[in-house]
Design a protein around this ligand. Sequence first.
Ligand code: UT7
Length: 318
Amino acid sequence: MKSIKIIGTGSALPRKVMTNFDLEKKVDTTDAWIRERTGIEERHIAEDETCASLAVQACLEALESAGRSPADVELILVATCSSEMLLPCCACQVQSAIGADQAVAFDINAACSGFLFALETARAYIASGVYKNALVVGTEVLSRIIDWTDRSTCVLFGDGAGAVYVEGTEEEHTGIISMVSGSDGSKGMALSCNARAGETEGDVYVKMDGREVYKFATRQVPACISKALEQAQMSPVDIDLYVLHQANIRILEVIAKHLKVDMSHFPVNLTRVGNMSSAAIPVLLDELNKSGKIRSGQKLVLSGFGAGLTYGACVMVW
Ligand code: UT7
């Protein structure tokens, strides 16, 4: 196989919506501060939903839109950093729930870059002939690992899941054309969460040096996208849509400026869903696909960045 292409998409958001005004009642913040500094207006917060239940819904939708059944699936890759259960992994819970009996299933944790890293893993497996297809999922219930008394983080995140079903393709100039990813573990503590609950009270929540992550994203993402475009022999203006990790509207604006591309090519849903880490890109992709905003033959860049610190970009033809 030369590469992979996305055949179907799906997504799921928890029912409960939390607005900035709801947050004003919890912490010392304002709707105006959150909107001006991030662009976020509201986010979905899980109540009875879990990483696995949201992922199951997203996967079933992706399979339905691809016209495939769970029995067809050979590989399930779930990107998550907030799964309720360490064992079994979220991907195995999804496999069991959807009845994809033939699939190999495992999780990938690369935080907000997780979906892209999982997509790259699927491409490597499928292009080398190990599997023929894959469900690639990003799912998060970040509200579980957020300190709801810390205004510098709790206003940023939301819960949700997105999934794509991919198959191998022999066609030229179709599907994923190029992919670049990277990690910088030396800056890992800029965005951390110590999962050893109970050892040190308070350590079990996400902690972030927002300015450090902001600087990293606005420097590394344009460089990474430029490299992926170079590999694809394309220039920034050739791209119809930049489907980027949805963390902060200001970060998207800086990246657009670096690439000299108008913001109209950068779809945004963070206003409604906040930062959903690994789920951000596949949820946005699904919304664009369902609303007919992505058409066959269009050129897309997907790019993510986050804890690790990690980053990645991919160029694809839809
Ligand atoms: O998915 C990848 C992970 N994360 C990111 O991409 C986040 C990257 N970073 C960012 O998006 C931004 O750095 C933030 C949105 C997190 C913060 O925006 P900022 O413009 O860098 O604000 P700041 O951290 O420099 O804080 C400015 C002020 C501070 O007050 P003083 O020291 O100036 O008096 C904060 O204490 O804003 C204060 N502040 C708040 N005020 C009201 C911080 N959080 C809040 C809040 N409401 N929620």
